[in-house]
Design a protein around this ligand. Structure first.
Ligand code: GCU
Length: 426
């Protein structure tokens, strides 16, 4: 078997392992419990919201603070120093079409330092580029085979099966994830790509909130008490990248499409909710704690995710283990926080762990907020057929055949959606 295919297969097994460790998870639609979704358009005093301005000035912040308090955690107030240095790796990459750079972000605070490296591929064009921004799982070197791309120096996910030994990256995986990042197609449509290894911001294991960016806030009781989970740190990192985009004249910072797959889709959604500078937000197979409704208890549940990944959320989220009915919120409210910006949710047919139907219903309910801005963004139908993308105003959704992954099919839809909205002035 070709090494990349073997890697992909083993990576899939690794990614879904937590699910197999849990014996009791429901994937039978007839066993989904009755549930009431918390209202989107009624505020905490029972007042009905019927206008975009009241949503924006009042209800939106109520919902945002529920997610901060109960799910992802409150960001630290302390500002830390960031220095950025740029290095050109190749000016004539892809037969002269693009320049590849590495941008190193150096964060310092309390005598501690953290370096995080962004891989930036920009079309060689006089116009500032619209850019897709997303974290990668294995390291920037997994995106392209180019030998000048540095390997992550710190922790990486996985094991020998993805070319990472003892959680250290190795050259074996150079270019192995190109299928998840079709850079040539992006360049052909005029887009750039910016990607960073997520572990550069916060290594993805439970260490009691001491490593990664957490370490730079070690004086903060708030952080020490686990009130800023890893998903929130990854979101924070995305906003720091956006700060940099605003300073780079080669980038059109008003045309940044933020996307993420799986846990990184959860982080992308939370970043998109907190930071309105992201023009378009795309979630791919983000599931529980991402796009999927938790109250359906289909696939991964709140208890399962907190058990397997105790460092992802804030401590309050544990209150809802086996207790989703007590949640005063659900993920449709998170999706509504993107409004009125274009939002695309993608599911995969075999990805029952991420609850494709729950992802769709979440978007459908969130569309009530979009409708305050654009009546044509209302989604009213049932789950679309597989491989039939649904585009409804500012909202997009597809469920494709296949497994938990990001595929060329997904990218084709993401680029079509982005083309359409940027051409229309978004
Ligand atoms: C696990 C986890 C999911 C997550 C996924 C991933 O399966 O349970 O919540 O989305 O890993 O990030 O690949």
């Amino acid at each position: 078997m070709h090494i990349c295919r073997l890697n992909n297969l083993l990576l899939c097994i690794f990614m879904i392992l937590p699910m197999t460790l849990l014996t009791q998870h429901n994937t039978d639609e007839s066993l989904v419990p009755e549930y009431d979704l918390p209202a989107l358009l009624t505020d905490s005093h029972g007042k009905q919201i019927s206008e975009a301005t009241t949503w924006e000035e009042h209800r939106r912040s109520e919902i945002l603070s529920i997610f901060e308090q109960e799910v992802y955690g409150i960001p630290p107030l302390e500002e830390i120093a960031v220095e950025v240095s740029e290095k050109v790796l190749e000016r004539m990459a892809f037969h002269g079409k693009a320049t590849i750079r590495e941008i190193t972000f150096t964060f310092t605070n309390n005598g501690k330092r953290l370096d995080a490296v962004l891989l930036l591929v920009l079309p060689n064009s006089p116009d500032p580029a619209a850019v897709f921004l997303g974290y990668n799982f294995g390291g920037n070197h997994t995106i392209l085979p180019d030998e000048s791309i540095q390997l992550p120096k710190g922790w990486v996910l996985g094991g020998p099966q993805i070319g990472a030994f003892d959680h250290k990256a190795s050259v074996v995986s150079r270019g192995a994830k190109y299928s998840r990042w079709p850079v040539l197609n992006m360049l052909a449509r005029g887009y750039g790509l910016a990607t960073m290894h997520y572990g550069d911001i916060d290594p993805d294991f439970d260490d009691d909130f001491k490593n990664g960016i957490h370490a730079l806030f070690s004086n903060s009781e708030h952080i020490k008490n686990g009130n800023w989970g890893a998903l929130a740190t990854w979101s924070w990192g995305l906003s720091k990248i956006m700060d940099y985009f605003e300073t780079n004249p080669l980038i059109n910072h008003e045309k940044i499409t933020l996307l993420g797959h799986s846990r990184l889709g959860k982080a992308a959604l939370w970043a998109g909710a907190l930071d309105k500078r992201f023009a378009i937000v795309i979630s791919n197979n983000s599931g529980c704690g991402g796009a999927a409704l938790s109250k359906r208890r289909f696939g991964e549940t709140v208890a399962a995710i907190n058990k397997n990944f105790p460092h992802w959320f804030c401590k309050n989220f544990e209150k809802y283990n086996e207790n989703e009915s007590a949640m005063p919120f659900d993920q449709h409210q998170l999706l509504a926080l993107m409004a009125p910006r274009p939002l695309y949710i993608a599911s995969a047919q075999n990805d029952s762990w991420a609850d494709p139907k729950g992802e769709f219903l979440s978007l459908k309910h969130a569309s009530a907020v979009y409708a305050l801005y654009h009546p044509n963004s209302t989604i009213s139908g049932e789950l679309p057929e597989v491989n039939r993308p649904l585009i409804q105003g500012k909202l997009g959704y597809h469920i494709r055949t296949g497994n938990h992954d990001v595929t060329p099919y997904d990218w084709e839809q993401f680029m079509n959606f982005t083309d359409q909205h940027f051409a229309n002035g978004n």
